[in-house]
Design a protein around this ligand. Structure first.
Ligand SMILES: Cc1cc2nc3c(=O)[nH]c(=O)nc-3n(C[C@H](O)[C@H](O)[C@H](O)COP(=O)(O)OP(=O)(O)OC[C@H]3O[C@@H](n4cnc5c(N)ncnc54)[C@H](O)[C@@H]3O)c2cc1C
Length: 138
């Protein structure tokens, strides 16, 4: 396999777990030296896709993020409930935003509902955040 970023490393570990012999090759000196090292470490749940009215992007983000924690837990042997969590994230809406605070709040509610639905259907509670809370009015 080529590329020892997060995608290559996790795929290689999973293939090895399934009994395959895996060679993971990277053109860097060490694994995880590129985008996988320099990111912000957020598991995006779709809150920032408020302009996508159709919903699939957000659903994919939720599915990906909530499926990632059990995989990470399996690979590291650390229970998902023990992973460090960031402080609540604050989103500000500029006065000249393309979307109003009400529209964004409605989207956030849809994301909260979709997260709860995913957790119910997959019987998971992988330390996902509490539903959003609106701090100010308009
Ligand atoms: C500033 C920044 C912030 C981000 N923040 C977030 C975030 O908060 N949350 C989030 O989910 N995502 C975030 N991302 C995106 C996330 O980091 C990437 O989607 C993810 O790391 C990609 O992983 P990867 O394994 O596909 O790629 P990489 O980590 O880039 O790994 C690819 C590897 O392939 C190797 N390679 C490339 N070409 C070859 C070749 N020809 N032969 C051998 N090896 C090769 C490279 O050396 C590298 O090690 C952020 C990205 C950036 C840049």
């Amino acid at each position: 396999m080529l590329g020892a970023g997060i995608a290559g490393c996790i795929t290689a570990l999973e293939l090895a777990r399934q009994g395959h012999d895996v060679d993971l090759i990277d053109n860097g000196k060490i694994p995880m030296s590129q985008a996988s090292l320099h990111n912000e470490g957020k598991l995006h749940l779709g809150y920032v896709y408020a302009a996508d009215k159709s919903g699939p992007t957000c659903e994919r983000m939720i599915e990906g993020a909530l499926s990632f924690l059990p995989i990470l837990s399996q690979i590291t042997g650390v229970p998902a409930s023990s992973f460090a969590q960031s402080k609540p994230f604050l989103y500000g809406v500029p006065r000249d935003s393309q979307m109003s605070p009400d529209e964004i709040a409605a989207h956030f509610s849809r994301v909260d509902t979709a997260i709860a639905k995913f957790e119910r259907e997959h019987e998971t509670d992988a330390g996902t955040p509490a539903p959003h809370r609106r701090l100010t009015g308009n």
